[in-house]
Design a protein around this ligand. Structure first.
Ligand code: ATP
Length: 230
């Protein structure tokens, strides 16, 4: 861990009542890095990101966030009766500090530049959009707060492969052009390891493996457990 990490998690323990969901989890995200968090259902991935973004409070351990962080929540959580444009504007409430003016806070134009497919649906109700379009709105809404770290909980869930590839392309572009760090929570480990340079494997509340995505993908254990390879 380095003092300049954007996110630094140490020995995190999170409980739901008597059940321990995270047991001594440590993780770091450097500025501008794309990091994957993979693992089976119930491993604690959502618990970890919800603790990173401050939704959950740990029983012990520490979370240090040295950057603006925004989350694309699992299940996207659109305001279905509101337009795409209004959904985006609602993302601006997360913005704080660093002297951004009110006007700038409500400026959706850069989101439309980054995600141009949203332009032609901007006045449509979000509830009427396809799953892929809604996921794009959810990403756009998180971007309204100009995050330096974007945390995405289940990018690919319920989406067709072509749609996922398109979203992945946009994330890569965002990372390359804006230097936004991305933490990608994925059940689709293949996608996550392809997209991110580094990864953590979470199993039953513990980090079971971590390292360069390429090394992890080359590991027979990981391949067998997560990549559907014999
Ligand atoms: P999924 O991909 O299914 O969302 P996950 O890896 O994100 O799984 P979590 O949702 O973080 O896993 O859950 C970790 C553990 O904590 C699981 O055993 C789950 O049943 C439990 N858990 C999650 N939320 C709660 C809650 N609100 N109350 C009690 N237990 C919970």
């Amino acid at each position: 861990p380095s003092r300049s990490d954007a996110v630094e998690v140490r020995d995190l323990v999170v409980r739901y009542g008597a059940a321990t969901a995270l047991d001594s989890v440590s993780l770091r995200v450097a500025p501008g890095e794309m990091v994957a968090l993979v693992g089976p259902n119930g491993a604690g991935k959502s618990t970890l990101v919800n603790t990173l973004t401050g939704i959950l409070t740990p029983a012990s351990g520490s979370v240090v966030v040295r950057a603006r962080i925004a989350q694309v929540p699992e299940g996207r959580q659109m305001f279905g009766d509101l337009t795409v444009d209004d959904n985006l504007r609602l993302g601006a409430w997360q913005l704080r500090g660093r002297g951004k003016s009110r006007r700038k806070q409500r400026d959706t134009s850069w989101v439309y530049e980054l995600l141009p497919d949203l332009v032609r649906v901007r006045d449509r109700k979000a509830g009427g959009l396809s799953g892929g379009q809604q996921q794009m709105v959810a990403v756009g809404r998180a971007l309204m707060s100009r995050p330096e770290v974007l945390v995405i909980d289940e990018l690919s869930l319920g989406l067709a492969p072509l749609i996922v590839a398109d979203l992945a392309e946009h994330l890569t572009e965002l990372n390359r052009e804006q230097g936004t760090a991305v933490v990608l929570i994925e059940q689709n480990a293949r996608l996550a390891l392809d997209l991110c340079s580094r990864a953590y494997v979470l199993e039953a509340g513990r980090i079971a493996a971590e390292g360069d995505s390429a090394d992890l993908a080359a590991s027979p254990d990981i391949a067998r457990a997560y990549l559907g390879e014999a």
